[in-house]
Design a protein around this ligand. Structure first.
Ligand SMILES: NC(=O)c1ccc[n+]([C@@H]2O[C@H](COP(=O)([O-])OP(=O)(O)OC[C@H]3O[C@@H](n4cnc5c(N)ncnc54)[C@H](OP(=O)(O)O)[C@@H]3O)[C@@H](O)[C@H]2O)c1
Length: 320
């Protein structure tokens, strides 16, 4: 058993999409002291701070340089759990600047900072991606070979290798596309279900890929998975080294995702025009089929994933 003192949770990249959902959920339980990092703006999102039920402490940190970590040591102390959601997460941006992608996505400054504490037992929960896989078969398992086709995937493989070699208490989550409601302080990037809803609502024909497959995962499932892992570590204190595929239960093309949105909304599905992903140049290679086998996730955490259709309904409910 770990001591009964309130545990400290640090969300790196708390200003991002997943990070804000985590802050919202963790702060509702009132069980932990919570801090988070933001990066590009010198002030944290005020609307987020104001709407959370408890005080969470913001820190500005740059993962490229490690600037800002000292202030966390002085003002918050060693975290019991770190969730690393920070990344250059847009594949095209990684392709444009591989050096920057590597220096942000491989969390060497974070691990160096964690190593500076005398007790080296913080649990690191790190977000990786399904894009570590090549995309030439269906339902990848965790022990299948990684062979990324783009810089984003390569930087995430390098991150996994760095963590495995340099830290002894970690869980790496290879996440598929995360979908769900917008965050309290809206993120600027386009969200998949909201984007499909928006284009189909216009009643114009729109093209969608029929030959790229993913296992989109509902954001609140990802939050629950992180919560389960955190609770487990807090209650038993056993170091872990674990790698998990994190996807939803459905293997879907973009056409099938759009059809699900149209069904939930009652839009005309004939507006959805299937095209091949190979017909469009997105400035970055995209793996074709990186659907994942999630049986290890389900068994290890006794977890029931939300279907895409149910997740879309829950997401649409927050828009209307
Ligand atoms: N969303 C998805 O569909 C998806 C799918 C698979 C895997 N993932 C992975 O899951 C994680 C979370 O994704 P997300 O969608 O929440 O990402 P996101 O919305 O793009 O958020 C990225 C976060 O990283 C921070 N950041 C960027 N550059 C930084 C730097 N140099 N130093 C410190 N922090 C920096 C950003 O801070 P500021 O905004 O304050 O600058 C932001 O908080 C990422 O690792 C991503 O690769 C996401």
């Amino acid at each position: 058993m770990m001591s009964k003192k309130k545990k400290k949770i640090l969300i790196i990249g708390g200003s991002g999409y997943l990070g804000q959902h985590l802050l919202q959920s963790f702060s509702e339980t009132h069980l932990q002291e919570i801090a988070f990092t933001h990066h590009s703006s010198s002030s944290p999102p005020q609307i987020l701070l104001q709407s959370l039920p408890i005080d969470v402490i913001p820190f500005q940190v740059d993962l490229q340089t490690g600037q800002g970590f000292d202030s966390i040591s002085h003002n918050f102390g060693q975290p019991d759990v770190v969730v690393n959601c920070a990344a250059l997460s847009i594949p095209r941006a990684c392709e444009t600047d591989p050096t920057v992608a590597m220096s942000i996505n491989v969390p060497s400054s974070l691990i160096k900072w964690l190593s500076s504490f005398t007790k080296n037992n913080t649990l690191l929960i790190h977000l990786s991606t399904d894009q570590v896989y090549e995309g030439t078969k269906s339902f990848y398992k965790e022990d299948n070979e990684t062979l990324p086709v783009n810089i984003y995937g390569k930087s995430k493989v390098a991150a996994e290798e760095y963590i495995t070699a340099n830290w002894s208490n970690f869980v790496i989550l290879r996440s598929s596309i995360i979908f769900g409601p917008q965050t309290i302080s809206p993120v600027s990037k386009s969200l998949p279900v909201q984007w499909m809803d928006c284009v189909l609502a216009k009643g114009e024909e729109t093209t969608f890929f029929h030959d790229e497959f993913r296992c989109p995962v509902y954001v609140k499932d990802v939050v629950n998975i992180i919560q389960i892992l955190t609770d487990r570590w807090i209650s038993d204190g056993q170091n872990i080294q674990m790698l998990l595929n994190v996807g939803g239960p459905d293997r879907l093309s973009r056409v099938q995702m759009a059809e699900a949105v149209a069904r939930v909304r009652g839009y005309d599905t004939s507006l959805i025009k299937p095209v091949s992903a190979s017909s469009i140049d997105r400035g970055v290679k995209s793996p074709a089929d990186i659907s994942m086998d999630i049986s290890k996730l389900i068994q290890t955490l006794s977890f029931t994933p939300t279907s895409f259709q149910d997740g879309v309904k829950l997401t649409i409910d927050t828009i209307t």
